[in-house]
Design a protein around this ligand. Structure first.
Ligand SMILES: CC(C)(COP(=O)(O)OP(=O)(O)OC[C@H]1O[C@@H](n2cnc3c(N)ncnc32)[C@H](O)[C@@H]1OP(=O)(O)O)[C@@H](O)C(=O)NCCC(=O)NCCS
Length: 221
């Protein structure tokens, strides 16, 4: 097991989930012990009962050389900003594979990516850096997932789907084989997506339709 300590970045709902999942990964010898969470809201865990607490703010946190950070922020654009900030201070993000996740031997997983319980990455899939794959989500054979993208729980990316960078996929969404999704797009919860989604677009429902066109800044990212 790596030496040092694990620090969760963000104490929202995903951060609280990761307290348990990181503990499981530690017991499986895959992560150093969890020291706590960092969040700019010092009271983010008030009213909850966890064995670890907030140990600092993101704004002020100075990572130690052996710290392994776990990105618990789901929104890709915020993820990018926070990862940049902490990376500039020497922070290194841990890749967390929950012991119940299943990964094909031919799949590739980027640094800083998190695979939550019962998630699946199938043959020859390539998952980028700082990707969040929530519980029970499935990444099919030959799928590409771009850096910082987030799959909420119960997402189904079928064979050959390709997500560019910074894509947010809502819970329960299904993407049909070989569908391509552009950078910064959002796929609404429960969508069934059967054709290309352009960069920066938001789509929703089944079959998915455009909710709004790309925003000027999202297309440029
Ligand atoms: C698609 C989505 C991004 C749109 O968010 P938004 O821009 O705030 O849109 P609004 O909530 O204003 O909804 C706009 C319209 O689309 C409808 N709509 C929004 N999301 C929808 C969805 N997933 N399926 C069907 N209809 C949806 C709303 O009912 C509303 O319809 P109306 O104008 O007739 O009232 C969001 O609804 C969504 O699905 N997010 C994913 C959430 C998720 O899975 N999170 C997981 C982490 S916990």
């Amino acid at each position: 097991m790596e030496k040092g300590r694990t620090v969760i970045v963000g104490a929202g709902g995903f951060g609280r989930e990761l307290i348990t999942w990181a503990g499981d990964a530690h017991l499986a010898g895959r992560l150093p012990p969890l020291a706590g969470l960092i969040d700019d809201a010092p009271g983010a865990l008030d009213g909850f009962d966890y064995p670890v607490g907030i140990i600092g703010s993101i704004a002020d946190f100075a990572p130690q050389p052996d710290d392994r950070l776990l990105m618990a922020i789901g929104t890709p654009r915020v993820k990018a900003a926070v990862a940049g900030l902490l990376g500039d201070r020497g922070g290194r993000f841990a890749t967390m594979i929950h012991p119940t996740a299943v990964i094909a031997g031919s799949a590739r997983i980027g640094e800083g990516t998190i695979l939550c319980p019962l998630s699946l990455v199938s043959a020859d899939a390539a998952v980028g850096r700082l990707v969040s794959v929530n519980a029970l989500s499935s990444i099919g054979h030959d799928v590409r997932v771009g850096d910082r993208s987030t799959l909420s729980a119960h997402v189904d990316l079928t064979g050959g789907v390709s997500l560019a960078e910074d894509v947010m996929v809502g819970t329960g969404a299904k993407l049909l084989p070989r569908v391509k999704v552009g950078a910064g797009a959002t796929i609404g919860a429960g969508s069934v997506v059967y054709r290309t989604v352009g960069p920066g677009r938001s789509v929703y429902a089944a079959p998915a339709r455009t909710l709004r066109a790309a925003q000027p800044d999202s297309a440029a990212r």
